[in-house]
Write a protein that binds this ligand. Structure first.
Ligand SMILES: [Zn+2]
Length: 310
């Protein structure tokens, strides 16, 4: 580890379920193997012995962003060896890869260990606060839009268009050249979506009484044309039902999508920088993470970001 680093850092830690985060002092970890040690927001401060040979374009001082998946994948399974041009032996879908913020420490700390194959360089056009929501929500919705396989001028509907993913999807979709229809069901979300002034058409789903997830899903399926694709990005605990009639008689496809490949992450960041795709954000200092959580539960739309400079 570089000698100028302090020995300890501030970290917000969850010690049990359904409890608030606790602001704690922890030792700064040491990178090994393919690790990068990054100082938030995103500057590489040191690296494990295999890191820079795996990603030669990166060095100490480079500003990178990191999605949660996949830390130290197995490098040998089907996913890791059929990875569609991601770094060699690396897949975000490896079942043995760990997840930052779930199976390992995540980003609510001043320094973090990440896998060099997870990250992408942040374009100069994007500030740290602008880049943060793109690393999960931006990548997820961008990747899902690519999965639709639409040509320029194709139609896409975004159910939940004022949410964290949805409002980025409106911007990405319109700037990819699609005809975008956005749907949401609360005043705040609809206002946020309309204020973006993309060319998407925005509809209030409350006109047709959509309340529970199943009704929202059915609403989306009814909007979908025959032979269309429904890409599911949310995962309610109770699941949802798909009509066999929609699958068989209407030839509708239902797909899921979870974040995206490292290759797509780089593509998405370049697109967002060039086409001015920006999340609507509200920022909080690290010490006020629990306040952020309370506002998140209110579901006001847009993205809530921890700004390490506050
Ligand atoms: Zn694997």
């Amino acid at each position: 580890m570089a000698s100028y680093l302090p020995a300890t850092m501030q970290a917000q830690v969850l010690t049990s379920f359904n409890a608030p985060y606790e602001l704690t002092i922890l030792p700064i970890p040491t990178p090994t193997d393919h690790d990068l040690l990054i100082k938030f927001a995103g500057t590489i401060v040191s690296a494990g012995p295999l890191a820079f040979s795996a990603m030669p374009s990166l060095r100490v001082g480079t500003r990178v962003g990191v999605p949660g998946r996949s830390y130290r994948p197995c490098t040998k399974c089907w996913e890791c060896t059929n990875n569609d041009d991601d770094p060699k032996g690396y897949s975000v879908a490896c079942p043995k890869g760990e997840n930052l913020g779930i199976t390992r420490d995540g980003g609510f700390q001043q320094y973090a260990l990440v896998d060099v194959r997870q990250v992408a360089k942040i374009p100069d056009e994007l500030t740290d606060v602008e880049a943060a929501p793109l690393m999960c929500a931006g990548l997820t919705i961008f990747s899902a839009l690519l999965k639709c396989g639409l040509k320029e001028g194709g139609k896409v509907g975004i159910i939940g268009c004022g949410g964290g993913l949805g409002h980025l999807g409106l911007q990405f979709g319109v700037r990819m050249g699609f005809e975008v229809i956005g749907v949401d069901a609360s005043d705040n979300a609809l206002k946020l979506a309309r204020n973006l002034e993309t060319k998407a058409k925005i509809f209030d789903a409350r006109l047709t009484k959509t309340e529970a997830f199943q009704q929202g899903f059915d609403y989306g399926m009814n909007l979908l044309r025959n032979h269309g694709k429904c890409v599911v990005l949310s995962f309610p605990a109770s699941g949802f039902q798909v009509s066999a009639t929609d699958l068989v008689f209407r030839d509708v496809q239902v797909l899921g999508s979870l974040v995206g490949k490292n290759r797509v992450l780089k593509q998405m960041l370049a697109f967002a920088a060039e086409k001015n795709v920006r999340a609507v954000t509200r920022t909080y200092p690290l010490r006020e993470l629990n306040e952020l959580v309370e506002v998140y539960k209110e579901g006001k739309g847009g993205k809530l970001v921890i700004d390490m400079t506050l």
